[in-house]
Design a binder for this molecule. Structure first.
Ligand code: PGA
Length: 255
């Protein structure tokens, strides 16, 4: 990461793990371990954990995020949660367009775009996930896929608003598989994302945007990944569920 231009952002993505009481226990364990972090530290937790999570991290440097949000403010959308609900309960970040939502729940770039605009309008910060499938990497269309996702997911987002967006580059083949992209592969795509943002907005805007890497990031590989110029943080699944591992990744961002 380039510390003169951007602050590192380390976010846990808990996915469908931890009940409210387990969430309280894990955050209580994490808080003292990350209290001196230079990076922004976020835990993105299941909806039902949010209230207890916000309460537990009061007075600490940990911010709470949600794992999705609907784009409408209210109405007949059974099972959905609005940005207003999240804002009122104390959420600051929202993960959007995660590959698991794209793969299993019919998420498209069009709906990611609607959600991104709604999250920004509510004054929350979206963590917009992009990434190629293994087949796409093997067919040498990674850049095409990523450019398309970035352009469509951010369609209509102003230069002012995009400064509040965090992009997470998560190669789908590296998520939960134990296969991490090499630091060089991560840097190559994160740099390409920044170039794409520079074309869409400006170099100055692109330089201010945090681009995370995600996909089997752990305490062993974080330092090398975060050492790259364009890797400004991490979106961490499995390793964010173990306090010491998550804290070690946060420390790696201090170095
Ligand atoms: P992982 O998940 O760290 O378990 O690979 C990352 C993510 O899906 O955000």
């Amino acid at each position: 990461m380039n510390k003169t231009l951007r602050k590192a952002v380390i976010a846990g993505n808990w996915k469908m793990n931890k009940t409210p009481s387990e969430a309280k226990a894990l955050l209580t364990e994490i808080a003292p371990l990350v209290k001196d972090a230079e990076a922004e530290v976020i835990a993105c937790v299941p909806y039902v954990d949010i209230a207890v999570a916000v309460e537990t991290v009061k007075g600490t440097n940990i911010k709470i995020g949600a794992e999705n949000a609907h784009w409408e403010e209210k109405g007949a959308f059974t099972g959905e949660i609005s940005t207003g609900m999240l804002k009122e309960i104390g959420v600051e970040y929202v993960v959007l367009g995660h590959s698991e939502r794209r793969q299993y729940f019919g998420e498209t770039d069009e709906t990611v775009n609607l959600r991104t605009k709604a999250v920004l309008a509510a004054g929350l910060k979206p963590i917009v996930c992009v990434g190629e499938l293994l087949k796409e990497r093997e067919t040498n269309i990674t850049q095409e896929v990523i450019a398309r996702q970035i352009k469509l997911d951010l369609l209509g987002v102003s230069a002012e608003d995009v400064k509040n967006v965090v992009i997470a580059y998560e190669p789908v083949w590296a998520i939960g598989t134990g296969k991490t992209a090499t630091a060089e592969q991560a840097e190559e795509v994160c740099a390409f994302i920044r170039e794409t943002l520079a074309k869409l907005y400006s170099k100055e805007v692109a330089d201010s945007i945090t681009i995370q890497y995600g996909g089997s990031m752990n305490d062993g590989n974080a330092a090398e990944l975060l050492g790259k110029e364009n890797v400004d943080g991490g979106l961490i699944g499995g390793a964010s569920l173990v306090a010491e591992k998550f804290a070690a990744i946060v420390s790696a961002a201090n170095a």
